[in-house]
Design a binder for this molecule. Structure first.
Ligand code: MG
Ligand code: ZN
Length: 376
């Protein structure tokens, strides 16, 4: 049938339906369709963002000081998690990351192992087993407690070279952070893991040779970039890569695998500002992390198939905003230079976000992520 005839038919139909309108009665109640059953939607991807040491006061301070507020205000679901570890009311970052990553309460210092130092599988490892792409982006060494608990298994968090070996066991697709020396100048063995990854077909580069902003990120190859020999610089000293590489990493992982991906992003140094009782370090790291959250939200809003979870591993510093503060100038204080047992918030956006409301143990985050990705 020619296009002209279609147009004529459409015009005739349009007129006839106009005519019908005058003669038929209004739609009776019987004709109103049954409400369609709500379809349960599951995410293809999870992006888990951990602000190390990011308590409510840390979030509040950066929200007030930033005229645009916090991107966390855009999350529809908020919950609270209990951070106590297997052997202490005050957790460290190793036990809390192991709880979130692997679903077990363990002793402070434990990396991906339980109370008996037995290996426990992480959500990243399970995601890889199920054929998903995986990624880790941090502003600490990649062997530091938080990222380590997602991919390594060690009885002590201090064993950085042993922890680096975990990255050789799971073929991570996208990895950005410091700690280069635990790969290429190892003391415990003669291995050069930097070279081994290259030999294995990975793209591997580092801050010493290349600016990460000028690096072409080819989704055909596993991507590894070291942003420091040990610690990457502080945000207030010019480190800027976290927001940029967070959105690059999400786009990379989406292209990398049709089945989906799991990505963990850590604002690692919020905690370090807390330990030092350095409010300006803490706030600048919060702002950097907030910008990264904004980039990830933008990605997730466009894709509609990504569950974004933002939480902390614990509070640090007993930070508070005190009398005499204005919204432009806060009077802040710390009660100590270590972690506290305060509950920390969990924010969720996207399919299955509703799983994250309420008050629960940090280990439940692992179960909820598994449930959202429909893993057994
Ligand atoms: Mg950490
Ligand atoms: Zn800490």
């Amino acid at each position: 049938m020619s296009l002209n005839k279609w147009i004529i038919l459409l015009i005739v139909f349009a007129f006839s339906s106009c005519g019908n309108k005058k003669t038929t009665s209004p739609i009776s109640t019987q004709e109103i369709p049954e409400p369609t059953q709500s379809i349960i939607r599951y995410p293809k991807n999870i992006i888990l963002m951990i602000g190390d040491g990011m308590g409510i006061a840390q979030i509040t301070a950066s929200m007030y000081l930033n005229r645009k507020g916090s991107y966390l205000e855009q999350f529809p679901v908020v919950g609270l998690q209990k951070t106590f570890s297997g052997d202490n009311v005050i957790t460290d970052s190793a036990a809390s990351a192991t709880a979130i990553a692997c679903g077990v309460k363990t002793y402070n210092n434990a990396i991906g192992v339980d109370m008996d130092t037995l290996r426990v599988q992480s959500i990243l490892e399970i995601a890889e087993q199920n054929g998903l792409a995986t990624g880790i982006i941090v502003t600490a060494p990649v062997t530091h407690a938080t990222p380590a608990s997602f991919i390594s298994h060690a009885s002590r968090r201090q064993s950085m070279e042993e922890i680096a070996l975990g990255f050789m066991e799971t073929k991570i697709d996208f990895l950005v952070g410091g700690g280069k020396k635990y790969f290429d100048r190892r003391e415990s063995d003669e291995r050069n893991l930097y070279q081994e990854l290259k030999d294995d077909g990975y793209y591997v580069n580092d801050y010493f040779k290349k600016d990460i902003f000028d690096t072409y990120i080819n989704p055909k190859k596993n991507f590894v970039f070291f942003t420091g020999d040990e610690n990457p610089p502080r945000a207030k000293n010019g480190r800027k890569y976290l927001p940029y590489i967070s959105s690059k990493g999400a786009t990379f992982l989406k292209k990398r695998n049709e089945k989906g991906f799991f990505l963990m992003i850590e604002g690692s140094q919020i905690d370090w500002g807390g330990h030092q009782n350095d409010a300006s370090w803490l706030i600048s790291e919060m702002d950097d992390f907030n910008t990264a959250i904004g980039r990830i939200l933008k990605f997730a809003k466009k894709e509609q198939e990504t569950l974004v979870i933002v939480t902390a591993d614990h509070e640090c510093g007993g930070f508070s905003i005190n009398n005499g503060s204005t919204k432009d100038e806060l009077v802040t204080a710390f009660t100590n230079n270590g972690h506290t047992a305060d509950m920390v918030p969990v924010f969720a956006f996207g399919p299955q976000a509703e799983l994250f409301h309420g008050i629960y143990d940090n280990t439940a985050i692992f179960e909820k992520m598994k449930q959202a990705l429909q893993f057994e």
